[in-house]
Design a protein around this ligand. Structure first.
Ligand SMILES: CC(C)(C)[C@H](NC(=O)Nc1cc(F)cc(F)c1)C(=O)N(CC(=O)NO)CC1CCCC1
Ligand SMILES: [Zn+2]
Length: 187
């Protein structure tokens, strides 16, 4: 199983690379990696397992964070309403791509963190409020998905990892808490 030791941290060169597209049909390795990434996120959201293996509660993970420079991300966003309900979004996306996005921008009010960053970096990370993405699933089926607000932010954070971008690259140097007044702040 993947633990925090398998996740590379800022400073590791792979986090600054542009990852390669995955080819289909998936190799056993790429298929297995996707499954392990999802397993990590689910484990990290289980209080007992998170405690036992000292896992940070994760909602998304990109293959480059495991030192695999391939365009694949795992997303595990719990259902914010009902506890223990079906997750809002639980999937592994291969070759994900933003097809279009809103003019409207959004940022998480308390800022962002990262499983590959062991420090608190204050500041607003302004992203697109709504995105339309395409991606392939394990079977090579193409999907198109429209997302907004928190789920859209998670996907953009993970997509950045495929392009060697860290969340703090987006933070305004002069005034970290700056955001134009039309930027939607998300709790
Ligand atoms: C860095 C960390 C704080 C672990 C962050 N989790 C998070 O923001 N909250 C969270 C955790 C849960 F388990 C369940 C839940 F609903 C919310 C996260 O996983 N990421 C993913 C990451 O580092 N990917 O590379 C960072 C988030 C910042 C904005 C979007 C993703
Ligand atoms: Zn991250």
């Amino acid at each position: 199983m993947i633990t925090m030791n398998d996740i590379i941290r800022e400073g590791h060169p792979t986090l600054r690379k542009v990852a390669e597209e995955v080819s289909f049909p998936l190799s056993d390795a790429d298929r297995e990696l996707g499954e392990k990434m999802t397993e990590f996120l689910k484990n990290s959201q289980d209080p007992e397992l998170a405690e036992k293996y000292q896992l940070r509660g994760g909602v998304g993970l990109a293959a480059p964070q495991l030192d695999v420079s391939k365009r694949m991300i795992a997303i595990e966003i719990p259902n914010m309403e009902e506890e223990d309900g079906e997750p809002f979004l639980s999937t592994v996306m291969y070759n994900p791509k933003i097809l279009s996005h809103s003019v409207q921008q959004a940022a998480i009010e308390e800022g962002e963190g990262c499983l590959s960053v062991d420090r608190h970096v204050p500041g607003l990370v302004v992203r697109n409020a709504k995105i339309t993405i395409s991606y392939f699933d394990q079977e090579g089926e193409k999907h198109k998905l429209r997302l907004k607000h928190y789920p859209a932010i998670v996907i953009q954070h993970e997509l950045d990892h495929l392009n060697g971008i860290m969340f703090y690259d987006h933070i305004n140097k002069q005034n970290p808490n700056y955001a134009a007044d039309d930027v939607l702040l998300i709790q």
